[in-house]
Design a protein around this ligand. Structure first.
Ligand code: UDP
Length: 352
């Protein structure tokens, strides 16, 4: 059976993508997850992380799991030796923007060295199909909105994390130029939020969340006292930062559609595609939507701007519609309702 190798498949976007793949009635791949568990939880005595066990329970399908770090070439070689890998979906990375400022070398190691090691092993095993987990952060400070794939990348990126995503894209372009066998779809995510509607899998950040939606969810559930609204003087609708929030299940479906693009053989080389809704919402709009969806009050206090934050960004999603026949289908209300279902059923995340 052909295998789909998912690095970082126990994490937030990775686990939802594994779920979306396995929910396809005619899905013809074996799913092989490689994850070093740096941001995923496995209970004492279990062989697999909780997120994957829950997916197996919901779908009745089996996931192959290997606790391997992508910098471990030997470990990766063994996995590629055991499975007939046709395509890799590469999520494994460190992703905390603030932490990347403190630990730039760790971010280079994990995100760049790890990615290059994975590519070497892919090449050695003649696997050339890749879906890469990129980010709208590669666009840096927007010159125009909405952000389309032609917008320049690499200028004015405000964090080491963002630069690792940009550098990896440049490496992938060089790789594609070096050998036409490579086919790489780089999915540039906007702001993934929400959870699977089952409430069984979701975002489980380590410690205090950095991102808006999990922070709001933890205020609503009583784990944190109040939201600090970083900046209320931006030139936006109400002064707060505007982002293109996208439901993680829509995002996961984008990966399912990207995988189908390999079957249709309609492209070669490096293909960047935005995954966003095309609509931006402010912090206050998200807070209001979350309060409506949860029936809880979310205390919010004004705070100074966070260093490196943009005023606003949102996607031009036309390329995804054209190339993948994909469009985000879920509303801000759905995002909040599903985030709340996950948070209220799992107040302590997977450790609960
Ligand atoms: N934000 C906020 N308080 C928080 C976290 C985030 O006001 O505790 C704001 C942030 O300034 C930005 C938006 O929410 O305008 C989204 O932030 P997030 O960190 O989720 O995503 P990113 O900044 O990477 O787009």
């Amino acid at each position: 059976m052909p295998a789909l190798l998912v690095t970082g498949g126990a994490g937030y976007v990775g686990s939802h993508t594994v779920m979306a793949m396995l929910e396809q009635p005619d899905f013809e791949y074996e799913i092989v997850v490689v994850d070093n568990l740096s941001n995923a939880y496995r209970a004492e005595g279990d062989k697999k992380p909780v997120a994957l066990l829950r997916i197996e329970e919901m779908t009745g399908k089996t996931i192959q799991f290997y606790e391997v770090d992508i910098r471990d070439k030997q470990g990766l070689n063994e996995v590629f030796g055991k499975h007939d890998v046709h395509c890799v979906v590469h999520f494994a990375a460190l992703k905390a923007v603030g932490e990347s400022v403190e630990k730039p070398l760790e971010y280079c190691q994990a995100n760049i060295t790890g990615t290059c090691t994975l590519f070497e092993v892919m090449r050695d095993h003649r696997v050339y199909n890749l879906i890469y987990s990129s980010s709208c952060t590669v666009y840096g400070e927007p010159e125009r909105l909405p952000l389309d794939e032609e917008h320049p990348t690499g200028r004015g990126i405000s964090s080491p994390y963002g630069r690792t995503k940009y550098f990896c894209e440049e490496i992938m372009k060089d790789l594609c130029a070096s050998d036409p066998k490579w086919k790489i779809i780089s999915l540039r995510y906007f702001n993934p939020v929400g959870a699977h509607p089952s409430g069984r899998i979701g975002e489980d950040p380590n410690g205090i969340p950095n991102n808006l939606m999990p922070f709001i969810a933890q205020v609503a559930v009583g784990r944190l006292p109040e939201l600090k609204v970083f900046g209320t003087d931006y030139p936006t609708i109400d002064g707060t930062g505007v982002r293109d929030y996208i439901h993680v299940v829509d995002l996961a479906d984008g990966h399912v559609k990207a995988l189908q693009l390999f079957h249709r053989n309609e492209f070669s080389g490096f293909c960047p595609i935005n995954l966003g809704t095309g609509t931006g919402y402010s912090v206050y709009q998200v807070v209001a939507a979350f309060e409506a969806a949860s029936g809880r009050r979310v205390a919010a206090a004004r705070a100074p701007r966070r260093a490196g934050d943009l005023a606003a960004n949102w996607a031009a999603p036309a390329a995804a519609a054209r190339l993948l026949a994909w469009r985000a289908a879920r509303s801000l209300r759905d995002m909040c309702a599903d985030a709340w279902r996950w948070q209220s059923a799992n107040p302590d995340g997977y450790r609960g």
